[in-house]
Design a protein around this ligand. Structure first.
Ligand code: AMP
Length: 361
């Protein structure tokens, strides 16, 4: 079996490697700053854990390999402008938007999009970075000077909640999906996820049809994530990620094959199958807080620590838990109650949204 190279050596690359190990597959995440000459074979496969990258010796080697799966998709989805154009072209619902052009004004945006307008940098924005709100009624409505030509303006959506769909498409075009995941973002950054949820089942087919349309149009192979706003019975696509995604981390605990394994299977041309979903799962991101190995004393808790330097707002790990009953979750949530702000909000959200009985799931 050939080697599967991953452009990027962050936590997603590490978890792709971890998932491929039991299959006996050789997955090698590559630090984009390495000077090493990579021993790439022509039959090897290249994938990525990030949607954009600077030109370095390593990325040049990888991006010129013939078997870089989805190579042409990355630039199209990494730029929010072309991503939005794809959604419009495929008539997939998304928050109304305009490009921020050289002569765009805040007044124009408010006239077209309303009081609350969110500017987003076209490139490089993640975890709420690269966002700027224009709120007409509070008089805070100026487009930052260097954002002209480099951003889009979106209508602020008063959504009911945020959900995401993680799907996988194989080389032969077959697709499989995990159940819709309910997500909590605080200040633009994902804190917690819950899946599956009975109350989201009614939206599953609609969400799958939306993501299928996209993956088919792009002839995409591997895992893709679609983040949406739920507004009543409607889904508006907020963002697409052509890679494994944080809101799919719960599948490590709660599915017979997780998103990382499915991505590897797909890019390697191995069989895919519907994942069997186990019980109830939750995921809590560890953001800007140090690891505490005492958490391992919590029954059912699965810890992933990324060995990154802890910085404010930085994702440094996550906790998964898959359990049968609400009491087990409550026990874990209460054991985590000493976590600092804004964790009380995230823990209360988990308590409020996890199904209270096995039947409710
Ligand atoms: P993004 O970087 O696009 O994934 O946005 C991060 C988070 O910001 C989302 O998960 C939402 O919580 C919030 N957000 C993004 N776009 C909008 C919008 N158009 N209206 C309201 N909230 C938004």
């Amino acid at each position: 079996m050939s080697t599967i190279w991953v452009l990027g050596a962050g936590q997603l690359g590490a978890m792709l490697k971890q998932a491929a190990t039991p299959l006996g597959l050789d997955v090698r995440p590559v630090d984009i700053e390495t000077d090493e000459i990579l021993p790439l074979d022509k039959n090897d496969i290249v994938t990525a854990e990030r949607e954009e990258w600077p030109v370095t010796a390593a990325t040049k080697q990888l991006a010129t390999h013939d078997n870089f799966v989805n190579l042409s998709t990355f630039p199209q989805l990494a730029d929010r402008l072309t991503q939005k154009q794809w959604l419009d072209k495929l008539e997939l619902a998304t928050s109304p938007w305009f490009p921020v052009e050289a002569n765009s004004t805040a007044e124009q945006f408010h006239q077209a999009l309303g009081d609350r307008v969110l500017l987003k940098r076209r490139r490089g924005g993640y975890d709420g970075k690269g966002q700027h709100w224009l709120i007409e009624s509070s008089g805070t409505s100026a487009i930052p000077e260097d954002w002209h030509g480099h951003a889009i303006a979106e209508q602020g959506i008063p959504f009911d909640e945020e959900v995401s769909l993680v799907g996988v498409r194989g080389k032969n075009g077959e697709t499989y999906f995990y159940p819709l995941t309910l997500n909590l973002h605080i200040n633009g950054i994902l804190y917690a996820s819950i899946a599956p949820l009975e109350r989201l089942k009614g939206l599953q087919r609609k969400a799958e049809a939306m993501l299928s349309k996209l993956m088919n149009a792009l002839d995409y192979v591997g895992v893709m994530a679609m983040e949406c706003f739920r507004v009543g019975d409607e889904l508006l696509i907020n963002e697409l990620a052509p890679r494994v995604h944080n809101s799919g981390h719960w599948t490590q605990a709660g599915a017979s094959s997780n998103q990382f394994e499915n991505h590897i299977r797909a890019v390697a041309g191995l069989p895919l199958a519907p994942a069997v979903i186990k019980n109830q799962s939750m995921m809590l991101n560890l953001i800007g807080i140090p690891v505490n190995y005492d958490w391992l004393a919590i029954s059912g808790l699965e810890l992933y620590w990324y060995k990154k330097e802890v910085r404010v707002g930085r994702k440094v790990g996550h906790i998964n838990m898959c359990a049968e009953n609400y009491g087990q979750f409550i026990n874990a949530i209460e054991s985590l109650s000493a976590l600092p702000e804004p964790y009380p909000q995230a823990l209360n959200w988990l308590k409020a949204n996890l199904p209270q009985s096995e039947k409710a799931k």
